[in-house]
Structures are given as structure tokens and as C-alpha cells.
Ligand binder design. Structure first.
Ligand code: DC
Length: 220
């Protein structure tokens, strides 16, 4: 079974995907992590982020592994656990350079399909999972929420990690990422026509999960 969850930053995709995967007893695939790990590697190597060919070459040659662990998949870059490092704010802010060029996305879409084939049954989340990467999915979900609520969630996550978070700054970053996620030529954030839309504004995690489980049952 393949379930895709797409939506903008802070709509609650990763929490929802992780929770749904656990409830169904299947794997969780975090495709944002594939963009983040390339961004981290590019920053560490001092690459020019505007050079899409250099980024694509980097992405093609990177040794990235997703290793199952009790708390979810751990991300290894050349054998080093970078699961926390890829959540840093500088990585988040610069990820759009990796997420925009078509040649870089092509490499990462291949990687995601390979990871999916290894997992078999999984819940995946991102921007283009139902529309581009797994159009054959059994269930497609589009999660949405008000920008202000999404900024509050992101700020709470950052505070929980011990990072300074000012909600206005996070909101500005989110609006910038929305524009760049929706406006790019390849794999833009969009709502697949056959997706079930779930708006998480004002919903608790449990309420969102209940809506998702109802959508799964309606498809069964
Ligand atoms: O969901 P996230 O914040 O971890 O995403 C990190 C970056 O990758 C962000 O710039 C959006 C982008 N992304 C994408 O373009 N397509 C995906 N399927 C997943 C993430």
C-alpha cells in the first residue's frame, strides 16, 4: 500500500505521516530529508548554491542511507548520522536551492522511488509525492493549514530543539517557501485532482490522524 501526503511547510505532514504509518504498521518515508541532506552536504562543502549543475552532480554522487530506527528513519550521509543536522535553520532556509532545479529534483525523485521500492508499503510525505513521484498511490492526501498556524507549529518545533524562534520571522520564511514551492517549474507544490483534502487548522494531532484513518478506510 502506498499513501502520499503532500502539502506546504508546517501543515503537519511529517507528524501525520509518521503517526499514520505507525497506526497502519507500515514504513514512513520523509522525502524532505532527501532535499535537506543534499543541502547540508552543499553547505559543508562550500558549494555555490546557485550552481544547479554542481548540486545535481553532488546529489548523484552522495552516499545517503535511510536506516530504520525505533524513532523513525535515521539519515546517514557518508556513514555519519545527520538526522539532527538536517533540521538546522540554515539547512531549512537554503533547501529551496536544492528543491528548485529540475536536474537536482530528477536525481532525488529517483532516490525516493528507490527507497519506496525497498520499503514496499509506506506513507510518504512531501510536495510532489502524489502528483509526480508515486502517481499510482492507493490514497493521496493533501494537508493544508493557515500560514499563521503553520508558523506557530514550526516555531514550537524549533523551541523544542533548543533553537531561538521568533514567530514573525518563521512566518516570513514560510511564506517565502510557499511561494518558491508553488512557483517552481518542476514538481511544484500542487493538489492532485484525486487527493483527499484535510485542513489541519485548529485540529489536534489526534483529530488529524482520525481524519486520515477515515480516508484510508473509505478507500479500503
Ligand atoms: O518538508 P521539509 O521542510 O523537510 O522540506 C525540505 C525542503 O525540500 C523544502 O524546501 C521543500 C522541499 N521538498 C520538495 O521540494 N519536495 C518534496 N517532496 C519534499 C520537500
Amino acid at each position: 500500500m502506498i499513501i502520499t501526503i503532500d502539502g506546504p511547510a508546517g501543515s503537519g505532514k511529517s507528524t501525520a505521516a509518521r503517526g499514520l504509518a505507525r497506526a497502519l504498521g507500515i514504513a514512513y518515508l520523509d522525502t524532505g530529508a532527501t532535499y535537506r541532506v543534499v543541502t547540508l552536504a552543499a553547505l559543508e562543502r562550500g558549494l555555490d548554491l546557485a550552481d544547479a549543475d554542481a548540486l545535481a552532480q553532488l546529489a548523484r554522487g552522495l552516499d545517503v542511507q535511510f536506516v530504520p530506527a525505533p524513532e523513525g528513519l535515521r539519515v546517514l550521509l557518508e556513514g555519519r548520522d545527520v538526522s539532527d543536522a538536517i533540521r538546522r535553520r540554515d539547512v531549512t532556509e537554503n533547501s529551496r536551492y536544492v528543491a528548485s532545479p529540475a536536474n537536482v529534483r530528477a536525481v532525488l525523485v529517483d532516490l525516493q522511488r528507490r527507497l519506496g521500492a525497498e520499503l514496499g508499503s509506506f506513507v510518504t510525505e512531501g510536495r510532489d509525492q502524489g502528483s509526480v513521484v508515486f502517481p499510482q498511490a492507493d490514497l493521496k492526501v493533501y494537508l493544508d493549514a493557515d500560514p499563521a498556524q503553520r508558523a506557530l507549529r514550526r516555531a514550537a518545533e524549533m523551541t523544542a530543539r533548543g533553537e531561538a524562534a521568533d514567530v514573525q520571522g518563521v512566518l516570513a520564511d514560510i511564506l517565502k517557501r510557499d511561494a518558491s514551492d508553488a512557483g517552481r517549474q518542476t514538481g511544484p507544490l500542487c493538489r492532485p485532482a484525486d487527493a483527499v483534502v484535510v485542513d489541519t487548522t485548529g485540529k489536534s494531532i489526534d483529530e488529524t490522524l482520525a481524519a486520515l484513518r477515515a480516508a484510508v478506510e473509505a478507500r479500503a
